[in-house]
Design a protein around this ligand. Structure first.
Ligand code: ZN
Length: 495
């Protein structure tokens, strides 16, 4: 959908519908009064009937019969003013954009009241675009109930002055950029394993880097061998597909900037390896690279928005397959940093590849490292599909992430990473083992990673619950959510 900002009067709008926002506790704002006057009192008469109360995520269509240029006015409920916030705006915008599309409208106009807050406007832009997302790349035929023409093509935002126009245009540009990054992450995560191998993910990263002018380095298998990425290679050794290690770097102009590293788990398909997963639902393991997708999506946005902090994106990517060459339970491998790991379950492979990635990241001397990984099913038991489990070694970094999560509604909930949990990952034969004692599985993952995230402030986000399977949002589908892109962008922008 194309979004433009224009100066003008909604009465002359030539689009399919004009959207008029209505607060539950104020039926008399300027815009409603103007629309009501244009329709000779029909709006107030309609509101007085009580059929439409202005509740959030409700709309009502009035036909204008030539009273204004557009054939329809759609009243859009916003709820009570005191309860309005960015997330409410996102939910309303997502609901309304989907509804306009489902009605078969091609173009809509939204008059923007001058008192609209910038973050609400950005929220509305992002959610409108994200709500219309579909993944249909592999469909060659339309579904039975699908109408070919249902595409909402354009949204015109109307303002009153040149100053408002240029300010809103900047906000729209930001919102579009962030939505595009989130959609990139969704597309990558939704891509089946045979259409997104580690090699293809690395090619995509190179393409993104080229477009937004980031530095990009990709290590192939011989380079990984030479540099000692032994745990990444160990996980990859059961697969016919070679692993890759991807580094994307954004450096702002000038000197003395902090460095933030974003580290993503990129298992393009996870069978569990020799500790094979059960068949039901295994196809969802194509999403096991959602951490990598979030990092790549965020780096694309960062390349566009150019925040005032150096950002390094690090992605370790491989398949996890069973086979005669695969790692076996009981095997001991040595990480990039030299620690030995006893592999007791080959399905706990994400933390193995992250061990190398976190070890590698220390050389950038970062002021903050955030890793994102679809790490444990246990985090879904704990937090459902609502929030990522956050754990780390630095309170200040954790606070920054919580603030960014609050603003973007990409929720996180802090879990305790006390030393007490270290006991669970102690191995009898190596420095550490890759699973705990069967309790607090999410924290065993965190306790394991902590051994490798040394020398910098670090937070681990377990996104196994939020990467896909979210329900009840108007702008996030139940398939890949693109979770993490908006959060990471907000974090580095506010750094
Ligand atoms: Zn696994």
């Amino acid at each position: 959908m194309n979004i433009t900002v224009e100066i003008g009067d909604f009465r002359q709008s030539e689009t399919d519908a004009v959207l008029i926002p209505v607060l539950e506790d104020d039926f008399h704002n300027e815009l409603i009064l103007a629309a009501d006057a244009a329709l000779e009192g029909r709006i107030q008469a309609f509101l007085n009937l009580g059929d439409f109360k202005g509740k959030p995520k409700t709309t009502s269509v009035l036909y204008t019969n030539g009273a204004i240029t557009a054939p329809r006015i759609i009243l859009v409920g916003l709820g009570v003013y005191a309860e309005l916030n960015a997330e409410k705006v996102r939910q309303v915008a997502g609901h309304t954009a989907r509804q306009a599309r489902d009605m078969g409208l091609k173009s809509i106009t939204v008059p923007i009241p001058p008192e609209t807050q910038d973050d609400w406007a950005q929220a509305a832009v992002e959610a409108s675009l994200l709500s219309l997302y579909e993944f249909k790349q592999h469909k060659t035929q339309k579904d039975d109930n699908e109408d070919e023409d249902k595409t909402l093509e354009s949204m015109t935002l109307l303002v009153g002055s040149e100053v408002e126009k240029s300010s809103l245009e900047r906000i729209v540009e930001r919102g579009q950029t962030i939505a595009k990054g989130t959609i990139l992450a969704r597309d990558l995560s939704n891509q089946p394993g045979n259409h997104l191998t580690p090699t293809q993910l690395a090619e995509k990263a190179e393409e993104v880097a080229e477009t937004v002018r980031l530095n990009c380095t990709v290590f192939d298998k011989p380079t990984l061998e030479e540099k000692g990425f032994r745990t990444l290679l160990a996980v990859a050794q059961g697969s016919a597909e070679d692993p890759r290690f991807i580094i994307l770097e954004y450096t702002p102009e000038g000197e003395g900037h902090d460095t933030v590293a974003l580290v993503g788990k990129g298992i393009t398909f996870d069978t569990g390896g020799i500790s094979l997963k059960s068949g039901g639902g295994m196809h969802e393991m194509k999403h096991d690279m959602s951490g990598a997708a979030a990092v790549l999506g965020a780096m694309q946005v960062i390349g566009h928005l150019k925040p005032n902090v150096r950002v390094v994106g690090v992605i370790a990517t491989t398949e996890n397959m069973p086979g005669s060459t695969a790692i076996k339970p009981g095997d001991v491998v040595t990480s990039y940093g030299g620690k030995t790991i006893e592999i007791l379950n080959t399905d706990a492979e994400g933390r193995l590849i992250l061990a190398d990635a976190l070890g590698w990241t220390a050389q950038y001397e970062p002021q903050g490292v955030i890793d994102l990984a679809t790490l444990t099913g246990a985090v879904i038991t704990c937090l459902g599909h609502v929030a990522a489990g956050a754990m780390g070694t630095d309170d200040a970094l954790m606070e920054k992430i919580k603030k960014a999560a609050e603003k973007t509604h990409e929720r996180v909930w802090e879990l305790p990473l006390w030393d007490d949990y270290d006991e669970g990952v102690k191995s009898k034969v190596a420095d550490v083992q890759n699973i705990g004692d069967g309790t607090a599985g999410t924290l065993a993952g965190g306790a394991f990673l902590k051994k490798f995230a040394e020398g910098y402030p670090w937070v681990h986000l377990d996104i196994a619950g939020t990467a896909w399977g979210m329900k009840g949002s108007t702008y996030i589908p139940e398939t890949a959510s693109g979770y993490g892109v908006r959060l990471l962008v907000q974090l580095v922008e506010d750094w």
